[in-house]
Design a binder for this molecule. Structure first.
Ligand code: ADP
Ligand code: ASP
Ligand code: MG
Length: 408
């Protein structure tokens, strides 16, 4: 008998019929002799609608209140699933983040989990009750409702799996596993049977939204295996686990994209110590994560250009801060592009293989796609491009690195 945490994403709980399907799966798992704790997302599209509503109410709504509103999406599905399970003759009880006590910091909209109390859930399991937990939300030390960032129900599920010392965390979604790239963009994408935490972490951080990055970090740290699978079929999905010897070490194992990126550039700033530190200190103080950074010194004098990317959600604040610092430093201009895309290739095998970067640049060039920025790590290469070429770039790279599935 195992203890399994099952998380059902937005499309899996999109209406009552799908919630009944979820309930049947939960019951089936129970009937196989396992204990189950369920985590649910809001119905597909609901979080977006709530966010729009908050933004219609005010141009810059308070982040605390936005979280109060967003958390209601998961509250509805948790309550509904508990009712449906009860209606099917099972004992079930819904929980909100603060009722479990998923304690987070106070960074509204992107809070991080600090601790999880699991005793209520364990008590329920002992009494034969199925706990249904609202994903994506927690509570801070002051009792404020917080949310964990988009896609955060994945993180709730893995954090509960860690706290409960569960044997497995199943993530039920609308695709039947992790693919070499987004199967909704590239029809030749191939499903992976297994993927290492390290590669999944890289793919998630580069935009493969099938798992929220924090959930993979938790899983890797506490070595909880994740099974990503579809709630619409019984097919085995993808196991995310530690790297094993026989795991295929493809040079490139996946292609990812992220359309939610913006680029900001400071032109002609003084080329002296402390300048970059001044800018990135201000961005860090505002809790704005910066992704790529490129600085080039000018041959003509003691000047440099400095360009960086941030996520589109942080763009307005990042631009405002950068303009302030640019004035302070005497930069000659601040340029920006609110919409850029980042395409990346990821693979553990890249560590020992030269020529991957060349092949990536050549592939994009053959499609006439201009590269605006480049960044590399041991196991990934990313390029910033015009967003209108995203799908073309993803498909061309997928093909160039031999990832295309044989057509049946
Ligand atoms: P859920 O609502 O179940 O959490 P998400 O929309 O957050 O689902 O994540 C699933 C989606 O992730 C898929 O529909 C797919 O378009 C996208 N996706 C992006 N990259 C990948 C990938 N490499 N493998 C599988 N799915 C991916
Ligand atoms: N409902 C939240 C979102 O849409 C959390 C999640 O689905 O994981 O981002
Ligand atoms: Mg998701």
């Amino acid at each position: 008998m195992a203890l399994i945490v099952q998380k059902y994403g937005g499309t899996s709980v999109a209406d009552l019929e799908r919630l009944r399907n979820v309930a049947r799966r939960v019951i089936q798992t129970r009937q196989r002799g396992h204990d189950v704790v369920v985590v649910v997302s809001a119905m597909a599209g609901h979080t977006d609608r709530l966010l729009e509503l908050a933004r219609e109410a005010a141009e810059r709504p308070s982040e605390r209140e936005v979280d109060v509103i967003l958390a209601t999406g998961e509250q509805i599905t948790a309550g509904l699933l508990a009712i449906i399970l009860q209606d099917m003759g099972f004992k079930a009880r819904s929980y909100l983040g603060h009722q479990v006590r998923i304690l987070t910091d106070s960074l509204f909209g992107r809070a991080r989990i600090k601790t999880v109390d699991s005793w209520r859930l364990i008590k329920d399991l002992r009494e034969g009750i199925i706990p249904v937990v609202a994903g994506f939300q927690g509570v801070d030390e002051e009792g404020n409702i917080t949310t964990l960032g988009r896609g955060g129900s994945d993180t709730t599920a893995v954090a509960l799996a860690v706290a409960l010392r569960a044997d497995l965390c199943e993530i039920y979604t609308d695709v039947d596993g992790v693919y070499t790239t987004d199967p909704n963009v590239c029809e030749k994408a191939r499903k992976l049977d297994r993927i290492s935490y390290e590669e999944m972490l890289e793919m998630a951080s580069l935009g493969a939204k099938v798992l929220q990055i924090r959930s993979v970090e938790f899983a890797a740290k506490y070595k909880v295996p994740i099974h990503v699978r579809s709630s619409f079929s019984d097919q085995e999905g993808t196991i995310v686990c530690e790297e094993v010897e026989d795991m295929e070490k493809a040079v490139v194992s996946g292609v990812t994209y992220d359309r939610n990126q913006s680029r900001i550039e400071l032109v002609r700033i003084p080329d002296r110590p402390g300048v970059a530190a001044r800018l990135f200190e201000a961005l860090s103080d505002a809790s704005i994560p910066v992704d790529m950074i490129i600085q080039t010194s000018s041959a003509e004098g003691p000047y440099a250009n400095l360009a960086f990317t941030v996520s589109k959600a942080d763009f307005p604040r990042a631009l405002e801060i950068t303009k302030g610092i640019a004035r302070e430093l005497g930069a000659s201009d601040v340029l920006c592009e609110e919409d850029v895309a980042k395409v990346s290739v990821v693979g553990l095998g890249m560590k020992s293989q030269p020529g991957v970067a060349f092949k990536m640049f050549k592939t994009l060039a053959n499609e006439g796609i201009n590269i605006k920025m480049i960044s590399t790590s041991e196991i990934k290469i990313s390029c910033v491009i015009d967003p209108k070429y995203t799908e073309l770039a993803v498909r061309a790279l997928h093909n160039a690195f031999g990832l295309d599935r044989e057509q049946d």
